[in-house]
Design a protein around this ligand. Sequence first.
Ligand code: ADP
Ligand code: 5GP
Length: 218
Amino acid sequence: MSGTPQTGGGLFIISAPSGAGKTTLGREIMEMVPGLRESVSYTTRKPRAGEVAGVDYNYVSHEEFTRMSERGEFIESAAVHGNYYGTSRKDLEAILAGGEDVILDIDTQGARQLKTKSAFPGAVYIFILPPSLDVLRQRLKSRNTEGEEQVALRLQNALGEIKEYEMYDYVIVNDVLSEALERLKAVILAGRSSLKRVDREWVRKNFNIISAKKEVPD
Ligand code: ADP
Ligand code: 5GP
């Protein structure tokens, strides 16, 4: 066996102000690192040109989202830039049970909910920053997917999101894409070797460790 023996898949939670490059990084990192899957969220936002239902998001009506929320189907959910977004508990648990690592692209409110619940103690929290607010503005405008009003709203919300960066384990500045990707890859590979994810039963059996556990110094 190569790598680190682990039980089930791990969770990588990625947040960023809109336009920082989270979607681009997510797409590229899936090509670079095997064994990674992105969880497909539910949203009341309308699809952008080129977005595919069931791939980018599961697009649902406001009524359907509320119904799912009332039934407790979301492990986290939030209102972001005037729309609702949520992660299906069932979908997420199914991917993790299959042993794959999951990338959750969620906003800071959702990340805070997961952290508060301690739902996934081994989860790695990653925050993506743009190099500056000016660059963020340029990227949002050049993406050309939102009207002026949405761009203004997203920029207005950016500072509130950036203020939450200290909740995260890693902060990556997405200036040069290839460099940000290298860092993201390093964080994911390091996360996979974290002691929090080691299958202790495998170590015990493989090395015949039968003695009582020793205290580990801080
Ligand atoms: P987010 O998902 O965080 O809202 P996107 O991934 O859609 O952001 O990126 C916003 C825009 O910025 C897109 O047009 C994307 O092609 C561009 N972009 C992303 N990363 C970089 C980068 N490192 N350098 C230049 N442009 C980038
Ligand atoms: P966009 O509309 O640009 O695709 O996403 C807007 C924001 O919603 C981004 O910050 C994105 O991370 C966040 N988001 C997407 N899916 C979810 C989700 O399932 N839960 C939460 N809390 N935020 C999400």
